[in-house]
Design a protein around this ligand. Structure first.
Ligand SMILES: [Zn+2]
Length: 348
């Protein structure tokens, strides 16, 4: 029996030496350690022995079986570890490799103009006020001295939502009406109202149906046209540079009296005349004026005691000028090839 065990041990050890991987090992395990394999069969030899021999050789067989098992287990662990290492090696992440190129754009230049305007006017003590984009005809037109059938309404082709009473605001002026109503004819007002407005326009390089305005309103006592000039001039210099000049031209708006259009000296040719200023050396950038007495009265302010000025800039137009764009549609298109170039195009 002892010889039998030793012969089997030798055979198994030889075979184990030839094992190359986990598969080989499992095959070998099936061959030798299954229920009907040679290791189990050793026990058959115990049947005819007497009790003492049974005990003696039974122990030998058990020890032998345990020994063989632990050899298989040790090899199994070795091969499993090797395989794990191979996998880890294969899936290793090289953190020194350059990453995937993520295409990045740039903040929308219209948004930058709006933020810059908010910062500037807040530094002058203005509040930034917002209002609803769906508005009442009453606030968008009537209380701004534009009763129904007023011919100047045609100048702003408006999206009506319901019965000519509810509309998408065509200007941010209704925010000013709301502010004046809130002031109840008693409080001075100093606000800007940046926000989206909507008009039925044919879309082309210089017209959009949806764009941002920056309107401002100041109501107080002893306010004059020169306050308006000083304010707008300071803002334009802030955006386009300190050498930029402004001039007033008489104009007409129903909600202001007198009304003015404000031009700035051309930032492209410094006034000598070019394509942008065609060829006068001046570019129109703002509509403004003193708040019409009718508007003050309708909104609860006594025009004998209170005066005010209002102005309106188009943020898209300012962005086009500042970043030298000839097509405003590009600004809203989110084409990364364009937006990443915005900053490079800044004129001043
Ligand atoms: Zn010019």
């Amino acid at each position: 029996m002892k010889d039998k065990i030793e012969a089997l041990r030798k055979r198994i050890e030889e075979r184990l030496n030839e094992v190359k991987d986990l598969n080989n090992l499992n095959e070998l395990k099936n061959e030798y350690l299954s229920k009907k394999g040679p290791v189990s069969e050793l026990s058959n030899g115990l049947r005819d022995m007497d009790v003492d021999k049974k005990k003696e050789f039974g122990k030998l067989i058990t020890d032998f079986r345990n020994d063989v098992y632990s050899k298989f287990e040790a090899l199994k662990e070795k091969y499993e570890l090797e395989e794990l290492n191979r996998k880890l090696e294969k899936e290793k992440i090289d953190i020194s490799m350059p990453g995937l190129d993520i295409q990045s754009g740039s903040p929308c230049i219209e948004e930058k103009i709006l933020e810059e305007a908010e910062d500037f006017f807040m530094s002058l003590g203005y509040d930034v006020v917002e209002g609803p984009e769906i508005e009442l005809d009453k606030y968008n037109f009537e209380m701004l001295n534009l009763p129904k059938e007023h011919p100047a309404r045609d100048a702003q082709d408006t999206y009506y939502l319901k019965d000519e009473e509810i509309l998408l605001r065509s200007q941010t002026s209704p925010v000013q009406v709301r502010a004046m109503l809130e002031g109840k004819g008693e409080k001075p007002i100093r606000i800007i109202c940046p926000g989206k407005v909507y008009r039925k326009e044919d879309i082309n390089p210089t017209h959009e149906q949806e764009f941002d305005q920056i309107e401002g309103l100041v109501i107080d006592k002893n306010i004059s046209l020169s306050d308006l000039k000083g304010t707008v001039d300071a803002y334009v210099k802030h955006v386009f540079g300190k050498d930029t000049e402004t001039r007033f031209r008489p104009s007409y708006y129903p909600f202001t009296e007198p009304s003015v259009e404000i031009d700035m000296s051309c930032i492209y040719c410094d006034g000598s005349g070019c394509n942008m200023c065609k060829p006068k050396g001046w570019i129109t950038i703002c509509g403004a004026g003193m708040v019409h007495p009718n508007v003050l009265r309708m909104c609860g302010y006594d025009p004998d005691k209170w005066q005010g000025f209002a102005f309106g800039f188009g943020a898209l137009r300012l962005a086009m000028l500042k970043y030298n764009m000839d097509d405003m549609r590009i600004i809203h298109e989110n084409d990364l090839r364009e937006t990443e170039n915005f900053d490079r195009k800044e004129v001043k």
